[in-house]
Design a protein around this ligand. Structure first.
Ligand code: GAR
Length: 193
């Protein structure tokens, strides 16, 4: 993992596909005096991602890459990220699976947040599956990204209680509130000396 040395902050890119509420919380975290990161780049596969507005609001450069050809898109992203000397990539609701080659290019430098208590409910529709299985608890996980989906080393998790009236919407909202706290905490944890 990249070491935090001196007063300089680690340059970070956040990858999104949708609303970007985690992006917003990471930007707010990055602006704190003791935050180890500065967010230099926002990347999306989706030109309509609502979260792109945070790039404009906080004056962070936004780039959208067309994923019709994944190999070409990833090549461009790799060069953009390397040009900007980014040392940490935070996936925050980025709904494309990164290739092995991409992950190898940033070994130990990619984090993801997932809305379940991994290793339970990897992949999509996590809330629906947790509810259908009558789980009593769900939650969220921040982990390093490796070449197997949602399987990298876990950094932090937070449990959330499921009530009998919860729907996918209410559960996702409850978990998102915890995600917004967990991601900054996990980043602080990996850079704590
Ligand atoms: C979050 O719940 C995040 O954990 C999830 O997408 C949502 C994005 O919300 N990510 C995944 O499911 C990745 N497999 P946001 O755009 O408001 O941050």
């Amino acid at each position: 993992m990249v070491q935090l040395t001196g007063p300089k902050k680690i340059k970070c890119a956040v990858f999104i596909s949708g609303t970007g509420s985690n992006l917003k919380s990471l930007i707010q975290f990055s602006k704190k005096k003791n935050s180890p990161i500065s967010i230099e780049l926002i990347i999306s596969d989706n030109a309509k991602a609502k979260g792109l507005k945070f790039g404009k609001i906080f004056k962070i450069s936004n780039k959208v890459f067309n994923y019709k050809n994944k190999i070409v898109a990833e090549k461009k992203i790799i060069s953009e990220v390397k040009n900007k000397k980014i040392k940490l990539i935070c996936l925050a609701g980025f709904m494309k699976i990164l290739s092995k080659n991409f992950i190898k290019s940033f070994k130990g430098q990619i984090l993801n947040i997932h809305p379940s208590l991994l290793p339970k409910y990897k992949g999509l529709n996590t809330h629906q599956r947790a509810l259908s299985n009558n789980e009593k608890y769900s939650g969220c996980t921040v982990h390093f990204v490796n070449s197997r989906l949602d399987s990298g080393k876990i950094i932090l998790q937070k449990m959330v209680k499921i009530n009998k009236h919860d729907t996918t919407k209410s559960l996702s909202q409850k978990i998102l509130i915890e995600e917004h706290k967990l991601y900054p905490k996990a980043i602080s944890k990996i850079f704590s000396l």
